[in-house]
Design a protein. Structure first.
Length: 282
């Protein structure tokens, strides 16, 4: 039998999808979530993970539908709570590889506290946050990452609130690994997710994605392709920063690995505490 690495890209995708029961998918034409799902699947295959030991957890939103289509252990939970559910799974079964798929509203609004405390605890989870800067499933409302001045259904004259930088937020909260990729650079995104999976500790990958149905129409992007070109023109790989002038970086999003450090991992500390108590060392 061929290994996942030996399959061509099309065969690889079909190998990891629940094809007959769940398709066609719900995502709009031109959405970036399907591209992200492909990158996540290829990253899992590259890491040679046993699919029976992979758990994919999500909350509510367009991106949170991803676990429905993939052939892993999956849990589709309540809005803003996937990291809480994932924490419980990881504490109960630390040997499992737990991957959270979430969106900017799910993770940074109602789920914001779960996100920052998972970073602080440094529990060994991989969180992939697909950031399309809007609530795509529920009507195009402004999210915590909607850029200032951009239009949403709840900000018809432009959002005047400052947006979260999710990578700054998670790095500041203590995540061991923080990276940003973009749908336009799908192969780079695949590698970043694989690095996140291999990292022991809390790993966060932000995916700059496009929502042509709401964000695109509200903000006068002519097509999904134009939105992809925006990603191309407004992102800079962190490796190139040293060669660029400050004015060239103004308004740009940095992509690549933004933080990579070592901290004690939460489940190991938890298991040690249990062992110490059982041995009377506490």
């Amino acid at each position: 039998m061929e290994t996942a690495r030996e399959l061509n890209p099309s065969e690889l995708m079909h190998e990891y999808l629940r094809q007959k029961k769940k398709f066609p998918h719900i995502w709009c034409s031109g959405c970036g979530i399907g591209t992200t799902m492909g990158a996540v699947i290829r990253a899992i295959a590259d890491c040679e993970l046993d699919r029976d030991r992979v758990v994919m957890v999500s909350g509510i939103g367009c991106s949170s539908r991803m676990p429905i289509y993939v052939d892993f252990n999956t849990l589709h939970t309540t809005h803003g709570r996937p990291i809480a559910f994932a924490t419980g799974i990881k504490l109960a079964r630390p040997e499992l590889e737990v991957i959270v798929i979430t969106g900017d509203g799910d993770a940074a609004a109602i789920g914001g506290n779960h996100l920052i405390h998972a970073c602080r605890r440094n529990i060994n989870l991989t969180v992939v946050c697909i950031n399309n800067s809007i609530y795509g499933m529920t009507g195009g409302q402004a999210s915590p990452t909607t850029p200032q001045g951009r239009v949403a259904s709840t900000a018809r004259y432009g959002d005047f609130e400052r947006a979260f930088d999710l990578c700054d937020l998670t790095a500041g909260a203590g995540a061991a690994f923080v990276a940003r990729g973009a749908v336009y650079y799908a192969r780079q995104l695949e590698k970043l997710v694989a690095q996140a999976i291999r990292k022991k500790g809390f790993a966060f990958v932000e995916v700059v994605s496009q929502c042509p149905t709401y964000y695109g129409r509200f903000n006068k992007f002519k097509s999904p392709v134009e939105m992809l070109y925006w990603q191309r023109d407004n992102t800079v790989n962190v490796k190139a920063v040293a060669k660029m002038k400050p004015e060239e970086l103004e308004g740009k999003l940095l992509t690549g690995v933004l933080a990579d450090r070592e901290y004690p991992e939460f489940t190991e500390l938890y298991d040690k505490l249990i062992a110490d108590l059982a041995a009377g060392r506490k």
